[in-house]
Design a protein around this ligand. Structure first.
Ligand SMILES: [Zn+2]
Length: 252
C-alpha cells in the first residue's frame, strides 16, 4: 500500500502546491482520497481518472472537493470512457451539493459518471485486499477521517478535524498517520475544528503510530514550523507532506 501526495496545500492552490488530495494504491486498486483543486491534474501522472477504483471525500469544503467537478466534466464530456460509474464515497448530501453547481437541467447528473455512496460513522468498504474504515470527526459540518488497511499495514488520514476520540481510534497503532496541522493556535473557548501541530503530534503519541506526516498546513504556519512543533509533541519520526511524495506504511 502506498500513499501519493497529490496536494497538501490550503486554502487555495498555488503553483506546485495543490490543495488536499492523495492517491491511495494497493495491488491494482486506486483510490483518489479528497479532490482538492489542482489534484486532478496531478492524479493523471499516476492513473487515468476513468480507471479509478473509487473516490473518497472527507467533507464538502472546496479545498477538498472542487476538482470532483472537473472530474465530472472529464468523465462525462471528454475522451475518457469509464466502463461503469466510479464509486464516490462522501459525506451525506455531497452529490446534491455538486449537482446544484452543475445546474445541468437533467436529474441526478452526477449519476452519469459516479456511483453515489454516503458515508456514516463506522462505514466500512473493502476493495480487493484494501479495507477502508470511515469515522465521523469534528469539523463543524459532516466530515470524516479514514483508516486504510492492506496486507497487515495501516494508515490513517485525519481529513479536516480538531483532535477527537474518533481520530484517535482511526490512528490507533497505525503504521502512518497523515494528520492536518491547519492552525498555529486555536481559541480555547471555541469548538475545535482544526488541529494545531501540537494536536497532530499528541494524537500520534496517544495512538502509538509509527510515523506522522503533517499536511494541510494553513497560512498561519510554515511547513517547517508545523513539522518541528508536531515532531516535538510526538517524539517520533515526523515528516511534512509535499506534492509528489510517496509514503509506504510498511516503512519504505
Ligand atoms: Zn475543511
Amino acid at each position: 500500500m502506498e500513499l501519493v501526495v497529490l496536494g497538501a496545500g490550503t486554502p487555495y492552490p498555488r503553483p506546485d502546491r495543490a490543495c488536499s488530495g492523495y492517491l491511495l494504491r494497493a495491488d491494482d486498486i486506486r483510490v483518489w482520497v479528497d479532490a482538492g483543486p489542482g489534484t486532478l491534474a496531478n492524479l493523471q501522472r499516476h492513473v487515468r481518472p476513468d480507471q479509478l477504483s473509487a473516490i473518497w471525500l472527507s467533507h464538502t469544503h472546496a479545498d477538498h472537493t472542487a476538482d470532483l467537478l472537473s472530474a465530472y466534466y472529464a468523465l462525462a464530456f471528454a475522451d475518457l470512457s469509464p466502463t461503469a460509474p466510479i464509486p464516490v464515497l462522501g459525506p451525506p448530501g455531497w452529490a446534491e451539493r455538486m449537482e446544484a453547481f452543475l445546474a445541468s437541467g437533467e436529474p441526478n447528473p452526477m449519476s452519469r459518471v459516479f456511483e453515489v455512496h454516503e458515508l456514516h460513522d463506522g462505514h466500512e468498504v473493502t476493495l480487493g485486499g484494501l479495507r477502508l474504515t470511515s469515522r465521523a470527526v469534528e469539523h463543524g459540518l459532516p466530515a470524516f477521517g479514514l483508516r486504510a488497511e492492506h496486507g497487515g499495514h495501516s494508515l490513517a488520514y485525519s481529513g479536516d478535524t480538531g483532535p477527537c476520540p474518533a481520530l484517535d481510534d482511526l490512528a490507533r497503532d497505525a503504521d502512518l498517520l497523515l494528520c492536518e496541522a491547519d492552525s498555529s493556535t486555536w481559541p480555547s473557548d471555541e469548538p475545535r475544528w482544526h488541529c494545531t501541530p501540537e494536536d497532530a503530534g499528541a494524537t500520534a503519541r496517544r495512538a502509538g503510530v509509527g510515523r506522522l506526516v503533517v499536511t494541510h498546513v494553513g497560512p498561519s504556519l510554515s511547513p517547517e514550523e508545523a513539522t518541528r512543533r508536531a515532531r516535538t509533541a510526538f517524539g517520533g519520526p515526523t515528516h511534512c507532506a509535499h506534492e509528489g511524495d510517496v509514503y509506504s506504511p510498511s516503512g519504505t
